[in-house]
Design a protein around this ligand. Structure first.
Ligand SMILES: [Mn+2]
Length: 246
C-alpha cells in the first residue's frame, strides 16, 4: 500500500540572516510513526514548486509557529505579537483553501488552528494574558525548561464531534504553548474543545463530511505516551490514504 504524502508547513526566520525554513522534528516523527510521508512546504517555494507539490500531496498538516498578521483579520497589531511572516501566512491560507476545495484532510496544530480560523474569516485574541485575564497559563511559562511532552491543563471535547472520534476520548490532558486563541469563529467552523477557563482548544468544520480539524495543543510532542495524540496523526494519515486512492 502506498504511503500517503502529508504536506507539512514550515516556520521561516523573520528578520534574520541567513533566512531559513525550519520545522520541529516532532511533527516529522509523528507523521512517519502514523505511516505518512512528510513533505515540507516552505514559504520560500515559488508558484511552480507549490503547484507541483500540491498535485502530489494527499493531506495537510499546518504546524505551530509565530503569530498571524492581525491585518489579516482587520485589527491593529498588539505589542505582544511576534514572528509575523506575511509569506508564511499567505502560503498557509492558500493551502487551507486548496485543501477545502480539493477534499484533502487537514489537521491544524496551534498556530495552524489560528491560521485555519483566519483563513475562514475568523479573528484571534492576539494575547491571552492581555485579552482574557484571568486565564490559565497557556504558555507553560513556569516550565520553560521543562519537557514539551508534559501536560499542563485539561481539555473537554464535545461528544459526537469528529475530534472526539479521532481522539477516542472526551477528556484529555494537554501541553500548551500558545499566547493566542480563537475569538470570532471562521465560516463553517465549530468549536469542539475547551480548556477549563473557556478558551477554545479545538475546532472543526461543522460540515461533518470534511476532515478539517484543529487543536490548540501540541499532540506531536505527546505521541510517545498519549494514545489520543497518536490517534490524531493516524486519523489524518488514514484519511489521506483514502483520498490518495481516488
Ligand atoms: Mn492551552
Amino acid at each position: 500500500m502506498t504511503a500517503p504524502l502529508i504536506g507539512v508547513t514550515t516556520s521561516v526566520t523573520v528578520g534574520k540572516y541567513p533566512e531559513r525554513a525550519y520545522v520541529n522534528a516532532a511533527y516529522l516523527d509523528a507523521v512517519q510513526q502514523a505511516g505518512g510521508v512528510p513533505v515540507l512546504l516552505a514559504p520560500q517555494l515559488g508558484a511552480a514548486a507549490r503547484a507541483a507539490l500540491l498535485a502530489r500531496i494527499d493531506g495537510v498538516l499546518l504546524t505551530g509557529g509565530g503569530d498571524v498578521d492581525p491585518a489579516r483579520f482587520g485589527e491593529p497589531r498588539h505589542p505582544a505579537v511576534s514572528e509575523v511572516s506575511p509569506a508564511r501566512d499567505a502560503l498557509e491560507i492558500e493551502l487551507t483553501h486548496w485543501a477545502l476545495a480539493n477534499g484533502r484532510p487537514l489537521l491544524a496544530i496551534c498556530r495552524g488552528l489560528q491560521v485555519l480560523n483566519v483563513a475562514l474569516g475568523g479573528s484571534l485574541h492576539q494575547d491571552i494574558p492581555s485579552d482574557l485575564p484571568p486565564a490559565l497559563d497557556h504558555s507553560q511559562q513556569a516550565l520553560q525548561q521543562a519537557r514539551r511532552d508534559q501536560a499542563v491543563h485539561h481539555v473537554k471535547v464535545l461528544e459526537g464531534s469528529r475530534l472526539a472520534r479521532m481522539l477516542g476520548a472526551l477528556d484529555v490532558d494537554v501541553n500548551s504553548f500558545h499566547h493566542q486563541a480563537l475569538k470570532a469563529l471562521g465560516r463553517g467552523l465549530t468549536p469542539v474543545a475547551w480548556s477549563p477557563d473557556g478558551i477554545v482548544e479545538g475546532a472543526e468544520m461543522s460540515d461533518g463530511g470534511r476532515f478539517v480539524v484543529g487543536v490548540e495543543w501540541h499532540p506531536e510532542e505527546l505521541v510517545g505516551h498519549d494514545p489520543a495524540a497518536r490517534n490524531l496523526f493516524a486519523a489524518l494519515v488514514d484519511e489521506a490514504r483514502k483520498r490518495g486512492r481516488r
